[in-house]
Design a binder for this molecule. Structure first.
Ligand SMILES: *[C@@H]1O[C@H](CO)[C@@H](O)[C@H](O)[C@H]1NC(C)=O
Ligand SMILES: *[C@@H]1O[C@H](CO)[C@@H](O)[C@H](O)[C@H]1NC(C)=O
Length: 220
């Protein structure tokens, strides 16, 4: 019984591993720094309203970014962070834009944002001449296949550890659940046996009573 249970757990675990290896569960992207070189405003006194958006997602306003040629650094904990999230290896169409009231919004840059383009230390720099220089951070993104140095290896190992931990939790929870069900079933069986026994004894006693009556009848 125990052997069967252990091998079942092992099987389920390996199944989960083969499903999840090479898949990112969820990788958040934060903005490390940004510098704009152009405000797209004719009147230089007008402050730009810069925002980031990926196609099909909500826009993220960058309220601090007001001046051209000034480097803005972020900690990744700002109220508007993270910028976006990768759920798999697929790229997203994203960009930095500037809100305009009377015409369509200006584009600093729009590009295919891919989790595979982050370097082994989880950084990605997007530079467009005369427009923008932005640095992104994504610690859970896959490093590009060309970068196969020791840091990327240790990152991969970290990802695998993460997945292993999730599997361990799933297996533990299911084991507890199965053991609980077995216990409930055993308890129910015991109760039922007791009830059967009680019913049988009662029947037996009733049978005795009838016999007594019959016995009496015979004597009389
Ligand atoms: C986008 O914004 C709307 C309304 O502001 C909100 O209900 C929705 O949950 C947001 N979606 C995401 C993915 O953040
Ligand atoms: C872009 O910004 C990063 C981070 O501040 C900086 O290291 C890099 O030198 C900048 N690149 C250019 C071309 O200005």
């Amino acid at each position: 019984m125990a052997k069967l249970r252990d091998s079942t757990i092992f099987l389920v675990g390996s199944l989960f591993l083969s499903c999840f290896s090479g898949l990112i569960l969820s990788a958040t992207v934060t903005l490390d720094s940004i510098e704009i070189y152009n405000t797209h405003e004719i009147l230089k006194a007008v402050k730009p309203e810069v925002y980031f958006r990926c196609k099909g997602e909500n826009k993220t306003d960058l309220p601090d970014v007001k001046n051209a040629n000034e480097l803005y650094k972020f900690k990744g904990e700002e109220s508007w962070q993270p910028l976006t999230e990768f759920l798999d290896k697929k790229c997203k169409r994203c960009g930095f834009y500037e809100k305009d009231t009377f015409k369509s919004d200006d584009v600093f840059d729009e590009w295919e944002f891919c989790p595979s383009e982050f370097t082994a230390d989880g950084k990605y720099i997007k530079i467009k001449d005369k427009e923008v220089n932005a640095t992104f951070s994504c610690l859970e993104c896959i490093p590009s296949t060309t970068a196969s140095n020791s840091t990327s290896d240790s990152r991969k190992r970290g990802n695998r550890m993460h997945v292993a931990l999730i599997i361990l939790i799933i297996v533990l929870v299911s084991t507890v659940l199965i053991l609980g069900l077995i216990a409930v079933y055993k308890y129910w069986q015991k109760k039922k046996r007791e009830q059967d026994q009680a019913r049988f004894l009662k029947l037996f006693e009733e049978g005795d009573d009838i016999e007594d009556e019959l016995g009496l009848g015979i004597v009389i």
